[in-house]
Design a protein around this ligand. Structure first.
Ligand SMILES: Nc1nc2c(ncn2[C@@H]2O[C@H](COP(=O)(O)OP(=O)(O)O)[C@@H](O)[C@H]2O)c(=O)[nH]1
Ligand SMILES: [Mg+2]
Length: 251
C-alpha cells in the first residue's frame, strides 16, 4: 500500500482528536501510524498500565485477557487490547479467534480491541507497536493488554515495549521448554499456569519455580508463579493483584 505523506499539521490535528470518547479517531491514527513510519508519536506521561500477555498458542492468553477485562470493567476501568501476530502480515487469523473469546466485550465502548498488522520484519513491528502503544496512552485508557500469538524472538521483542510481562502456560504442553528456548522465562514478571482444572498444573508450577531460581533476577522483583483457570475466572483476583504489585515495584 502506498500512502501519501501526511502533512505534519494534519497529523498533529489527528493526534488532538484522540480521546476515550472517540475510538474512531484512535483507530484512524493507528492505521496511519502503521502505514507511515515517519509519523511520530511522542511518549506521554500517562497513568496507563501497559501489560504484555505472552505464551504458546492455546494456553489461554485470550481467555485470560477476557477474564481480566470482565473483572477490570466491573471496577469501571477502561481497557485496550492489542493483538499482535508477527507471523501474519494481516493478523486476521489471530483476531478472528479472539473475536469469539472476547465476544461480549466487542460491543463495550470502553473496551478498544485492535489487531496490529506487521510490516513483515522485526524492526517494522517494533516501531509500529511503540507508536500504537503511545497512541492508546494518548487516548487515556487505564490498561493496555498486548497479547501475542506465540512465543518466539518477535514476541520477546514486542515485550520490550510493555512494563509488566505475564507469561501464560498450561499443564502438559511442554511450553516450559519452548518458553525457555525463546528467552521468555528471562523476561516474565508474572507466570500464570492456566487450566488448573486439568491434571499436572501444580507440577508445572513447581517445575517452573525451580527453573526460575536458576536465572538471575533483578533485586526489586521476584517473579511470581500463579495457578488459575481463566475460563472460570479462577485466580483472576490474584492475577490482578500481582499485576498491581509489579506496577508498584517499577514506579
Ligand atoms: N480446561 C480449561 N481450558 C481453558 C482454560 N482457559 C482457556 N481454555 C481453553 O483453551 C483453548 C485456547 O484458549 P485461548 O484463550 O484461545 O488461547 P490462546 O491461544 O493462548 O489465546 C480454548 O479452547 C479455551 O476454551 C481453562 O482455564 N481451563
Ligand atoms: Mg489468543
Amino acid at each position: 500500500m502506498t500512502v501519501l505523506p501526511m502533512p505534519e499539521q494534519d497529523w498533529q490535528k489527528q493526534l488532538k482528536s484522540i480521546s476515550l470518547e472517540n475510538p474512531r479517531e484512535l483507530a484512524r491514527a493507528i492505521s496511519l501510524a502503521e502505514n507511515n513510519a515517519s509519523l511520530q508519536v511522542g511518549s506521554t506521561s500517562s497513568q496507563t498500565r501497559v501489560i504484555g500477555i505472552t505464551g504458546s498458542p492455546g494456553v489461554g492468553k485470550s481467555t485470560t485477557v477476557n477474564a481480566l477485562i470482565t473483572s477490570l470493567r466491573s471496577q469501571g476501568k477502561t481497557i485496550a487490547v492489542l493483538a499482535v501476530d508477527p507471523s501474519s502480515p494481516l493478523s486476521g487469523g489471530a483476531l478472528l479467534g479472539d473475536r469469539i473469546r472476547l465476544g461480549e466485550h466487542f460491543l463495550d465502548p470502553h473496551v478498544f480491541i485492535r489487531s496490529i498488522a506487521t510490516r513483515g520484519h522485526l524492526g517494522g513491528l517494533s516501531a509500529t507497536i511503540e507508536s500504537v502503544i503511545n497512541l492508546v496512552k494518548l487516548a487515556g485508557f487505564d490498561f493496555i493488554f498486548v497479547e501475542t500469538v506465540g512465543v518466539g524472538q518477535s514476541e520477546v521483542e514486542v515485550m520490550k515495549y510493555v512494563k509488566t510481562v505475564v507469561v501464560v502456560m498450561a499443564p502438559g504442553m511442554g511450553d516450559g521448554i519452548q518458553a525457555s528456548k525463546a528467552g521468555i522465562l528471562e523476561i516474565g514478571d508474572i507466570f500464570l499456569v492456566n487450566k488448573s482444572d486439568r491434571d499436572g498444573a501444580s507440577e508445572t508450577a513447581k517445575e517452573l519455580e525451580s527453573s526460575l531460581h536458576l536465572s538471575a533476577k533483578p533485586l526489586n522483583w521476584v517473579p511470581m508463579v500463579l495457578l488459575g483457570a481463566m475460563e472460570k475466572s479462577l485466580g483472576i483476583a490474584e492475577l490482578i493483584g500481582a499485576i498491581e504489585q509489579h506496577g508498584e515495584s517499577i514506579k
